[in-house]
Design a protein around this ligand. Structure first.
Ligand code: MET
Ligand SMILES: [Zn+2]
Length: 346
């Protein structure tokens, strides 16, 4: 879809949200859902490994999220990098083709989904770009600590070619996800500007204290960088425990009027060293969708989904509660069935 036909970047998301009825539903955890389908992602490429070994599974997970009600599906390119594919022995051309393939599969899933339906619910394909730390696969995507040798220039050089390819792949927008620090946000903003990228983007950050992004940089400063970049159409938080979301949305709202995108993880913590998800101490089961419509919407968020360890059930519940809420008060049945389907740790 992109910005063809002279559409202004500034109205891209507001037009989309209007078509969706005011609020949009994103997909849920992608890589962790591939794992639930049996994929072994213990690999530096993580979910991008499936672009090589099992594209049918990538398509399956996209379709599952579309069936669950997603208005935005995010591609399997989170940890797909030219550098990462080259390290596996692929040529540069093959690496670029794999990046394009991540978008092609998502577009194909949307076509399959549309073919099944009478009406065409709005669905955008967001090309995922994970951080430099995600490529390093050493836990720094959750510490944001790249060391002094890594500068904005280093990060721009690292991301440049991938971003250019994804921008010309047919995707509707670029999702810069799990951004752990300020310098990477700055690198993305400069890159979009320098390269004249003409599809919109969202910047999404992760936090482990509800106050700052994971590096300790302030969420306000990070969100302000996103706010100043004209290609950025939404700002938000992903892969962060649900209990931190409300405060972060409030902080973001103070520095930008752009739409806010929220897709927390299940509330468990990822241990980068053991590569395991660990349940947080003192965690309680709660009902995710209630929180979405209650606190987060009031605080100003308008796009909602899930990140790691959330599933199509999470998205089905969010979708049901939001659509009930669009027309009338939340109906009790939806609340009850959401409760039984959700398992989120607060
Ligand atoms: C570590 S966050 C991962 C985000 C990515 N879109 C996924 O769900 O796999
Ligand atoms: Zn995640």
């Amino acid at each position: 879809m992109g910005l063809g036909g002279g559409q202004e970047t500034s109205s891209f998301v507001s037009d989309f949200l209007e078509k969706c009825g005011g609020y949009a539903v994103l997909d849920g955890g992608f890589a962790t859902e591939l794992e639930r389908h049996g994929a072994d992602l213990n690999d530096p490429l993580w979910s991008a490994k499936c672009l090589i070994s099992s594209p049918h599974l990538v398509r399956r997970v996209h379709l599952d999220y579309l069936d669950a009600g997603a208005n935005v599906i995010i591609t399997a390119s989170y940890q797909a990098t030219i550098q990462g594919f080259e390290a596996k022995g692929f040529s540069k051309e093959e690496a670029k083709a794999l990046l394009r393939k991540s978008v092609e599969i998502a577009i194909e899933a949307r076509e399959i989904y549309y073919d099944k339906l009478q009406s065409r619910r709005p669905v955008l394909v967001a090309a995922s770009v994970g951080s430099y730390g995600a490529y390093l696969a050493d836990g720094s995507e959750y510490s944001g600590n790249y060391g002094d040798a890594v500068t904005v220039e280093t990060l721009k050089d690292f991301h440049r070619e991938r971003v250019k390819i994804l921008a010309n792949s047919g995707a509707d927008l670029i999702a810069f996800e799990t951004t752990p620090n300020k310098i990477e946000a700055k690198a993305y903003a400069e890159l979009l500007e320098e390269e004249g990228i003409d599809i919109p983007a969202w910047f999404s950050f992760n936090s482990k204290d509800g106050i700052n992004v994971v590096s300790g940089d302030s969420i306000s400063e990070c969100a302000s960088i996103a706010d100043s970049c004209k290609q950025v159409v939404a700002v938000g938080i992903n892969c962060t425990a649900p209990r931190f979301i409300h405060g972060l949305v409030s902080s973001i709202r103070k520095v930008t009027s752009k739409p806010i995108v929220i897709y927390p993880n299940s509330g468990e913590t990822y241990d980068g060293l053991t590569k395991q998800w660990v349940q947080s101490s003192g965690a309680v089961d709660e009902e995710f969708a209630d929180i979405v419509i209650g606190k987060w919407r009031e605080a100003g968020a308008s796009l909602f989904g899930g990140c790691c360890r959330t599933t199509p059930n999470t998205i089905r519940a969010i979708s049901r509660v939001l659509s009930n809420n669009k027309s009338s008060a939340i109906n009790e049945d939806a609340q009850m069935s959401s409760k039984t389907e959700m398992k989120i740790f607060l």
